[in-house]
Design a protein around this ligand. Structure first.
Ligand code: ADP
Ligand code: MG
Length: 301
């Protein structure tokens, strides 16, 4: 197969591993920087250009689109879908998962366990918003945050009030969430490929920190997940419509709660913590599924 990897940097661990895994299996790989792709969207013959050349047809693309380029990145991916190129994850599913609020609403509709969550843009009554999600301690999140930036723990009602007020003062919408204290600064990342959890790891926040993000100093280790956690991760992936994703779960006193679903999960932490060849499993999935025009949406939606 001819596989395109949409990635801004071929030296990133995940990109390197995907190239390696694809080449090992005899595929031809081309890394494309999404921001450098430009396209002709005239009727009937959608095409994609790259550095002055009209790209010859690819069989499949693997989007590794960073949060900061979601808008343009998903437009490029949609163009590939219109051209009949099979995407590892579809553009609509990626857009869906990048919107924290939309994701939580979709997951809640399917009855998947979630922390009690409120969302507000211009509430007249912040006290009521806080009461609605069970009072302090509370986690307050900016909608567009990643890597733990924009996630704050407010231990008291007063602290919660002032953090919410200052976020709203900056014209940002906020997500207010019940603090799952019993998770002890840890969460579980389940890597789902084709409806199965193929690897899972525990991420533990460093001392004095509640955010387990590796970028915030968290550490990864191997973990055995329960059947309930496994089925929660699989259902979350299916709800989002993602073939490959990382589902982040908090272990709460009342069962597994999904925190977020990541459509471009990093491979470094999970491959190192588990010793699994996740990149290989992703390429194998592509081999089984990539047929021309076999996207569900063909760029619609
Ligand atoms: P980001 O998208 O920036 O990674 P997350 O929503 O994943 O934001 O939050 C970052 C980290 O903060 C999580 O990995 C988790 O360790 C911790 N965290 C987030 N929400 C909660 C919560 N409701 N209760 C306990 N810990 C939480
Ligand atoms: Mg996160």
């Amino acid at each position: 197969m001819k596989i395109g990897i949409l990635s801004r940097n071929r030296r990133l661990y995940s990109t390197r591993r995907l190239i390696e895994a694809a080449e090992e299996r005899g595929h031809e790989v081309r890394v494309l920087d999404v921001l450098r792709c430009y396209m002709n969207i005239t009727s009937h013959r959608p095409s994609m250009h790259y550095r002055g050349e009209n790209l010859e047809p690819l069989d499949a693309v693997i989007p590794r689109i960073g949060a900061s380029v979601t808008f343009y990145g998903t437009a490029v991916l949609r163009q590939f879908e219109m051209m009949g190129v099979y995407p590892l994850n579809e553009s609509v599913a990626i857009s869906r998962s990048r919107d924290k609020l939309r994701s939580l609403q979709l997951l809640s509709r399917k009855g998947i366990g979630l922390p009690v969550t409120g969302f507000a843009s211009k509430p007249d009554d912040i006290q009521d918003l806080i009461k609605m999600v069970g009072g302090a301690p509370l986690v307050i999140k900016l909608l567009e945050g990643t890597q733990g930036i924009g996630v704050v723990l407010a231990e008291t009602r007063k602290a919660a009030e002032s953090v919410i007020e200052s976020f709203l003062g900056l014209k940002a919408s906020v997500l207010v969430q019940e603090y799952i204290k019993e998770a002890g600064g840890a969460d579980i990342r389940c890597l789902v490929v084709d409806g199965k959890v193929v690897a899972s790891m525990k991420r533990q926040a460093k001392d004095g920190e509640f955010r387990s993000n590796i970028h915030r100093g968290g550490t990864a280790s191997l973990i055995k997940i329960t059947p309930e956690e496994r089925s929660t991760a699989v259902r979350a992936a299916k709800t989002m419509g993602l073939n490959v994703c990382g589902v982040d779960i908090l272990r709460s006193a009342h069962g597994p709660l999904v925190m977020e679903v990541n459509s471009s999960p990093g491979l470094e932490g999970i491959e190192q913590a588990t010793g699994k060849d996740v990149a290989g499993l992703i390429i194998t999935f592509m081999e089984k599924n990539a047929k021309a025009g076999k996207t569900r949406t063909r760029g619609r939606g």
